[in-house]
Design a protein around this ligand. Structure first.
Ligand SMILES: [Zn+2]
Ligand SMILES: [Zn+2]
Length: 278
């Protein structure tokens, strides 16, 4: 069957066009697309050579009618299995904690500069793989899905916090150029889209230099290390409630420094949403 194949509209046009969106976690085709007749029967629908001309014309029409590729989403299995944080979280940093407690041990000891942060997931192996695929392997669709998921999951939280402006944690321009995008900006733009009239602000907070290695530093040293990494351009009114967006919250020092700078520039309060709480 594979001998010097001729142009085959099913394999060369229809199937790629209808290529089903995959679950960003397990990479399996989403069930609603698995039964798609066109996508599922490509092998048995090879057109005879004589009808190629007609098929080409038909395919051109069909292609123009095809919808925009469907958005990716979690399959039902992954949605059940992944560690969404919906309850029992630290009221400041969003980390999962024991039932009945209000704050995690770290936040009890050293409160953060931001009011509250919430995370969509705990940082499991699978969540980490998805975020790394998005950050380092160009899987933008995974980030777009994460942003939509965050936007929907935290709609009430965003309303409760009275957010007026959404600011993604910036990358150095050189880093953004190298990666092709700022992952936090993709998350933020989809959170904004899911929440009506929020303002997306990618210019007020900037990253002006590279941070020194953080791993060996304690909490206070991390803050000092980051203080001259970011800068705020302009000022805010006290009525501004700013939502910072980042992919992962580990120690919170990046969010702390950015929150501190935004508060110094006049903002009334700073909150944060992240995809995962490490
Ligand atoms: Zn899945
Ligand atoms: Zn905490």
């Amino acid at each position: 069957m594979n001998a010097s194949r001729i142009w085959n509209p099913w394999d060369d046009l229809i199937v790629p066009a209808l290529l089903p969106p995959l679950c960003p976690c397990c990479q399996r085709a989403l069930p609603s697309f698995q039964n798609n007749a066109l996508a599922g029967q490509s092998e048995s629908l090879v057109a005879p050579e004589a009808s190629q001309g007609h098929l080409k014309a038909a395919m051109t029409v069909l292609k123009s009618l095809l919808p925009i590729p469907a958005q990716t989403d979690l399959c039902a299995d992954c949605r059940r299995r992944l560690p969404f944080i919906k309850e029992n979280y630290c009221l400041q940093c969003g980390a999962r904690i024991e039932k009945g407690e209000e704050y995690c041990a770290e936040c009890q000891e050293t409160p953060h500069s931001f009011e509250e942060a919430r995370a969509l997931f705990s940082y499991s192996q699978e969540v980490s793989s998805m975020i790394l695929a998005f950050k380092n392997k160009g899987e933008r669709s995974t980030g777009e899905w994460l942003g939509r998921e965050m936007g929907v999951a935290f709609r009430e939280t965003i309303a409760l916090w009275k957010i007026t402006r959404v600011i993604p944690i910036p990358l150095l321009p050189s880093k953004k150029k190298e990666r092709g995008y700022n992952q936090a900006e993709i998350l933020a733009s989809h959170i904004v889209k899911e929440n009506g009239n929020l303002l997306l602000d990618t210019t007020s907070l900037i990253r002006i230099r590279k941070a020194k290695e953080q791993k060996t530093l304690g909490a206070k040293e991390r803050l000092l290390n980051l203080l001259d990494v970011f800068a705020v351009q302009g000022s805010f009114s006290r009525a501004e409630h700013i939502l910072l967006v980042d992919d992962v919250l580990t120690t919170g020092s990046t969010l702390d420094v950015c929150a501190r700078l935004l508060l110094e520039a006049g903002a009334g309060a700073v909150y944060a949403l992240v995809a995962a709480r490490a």
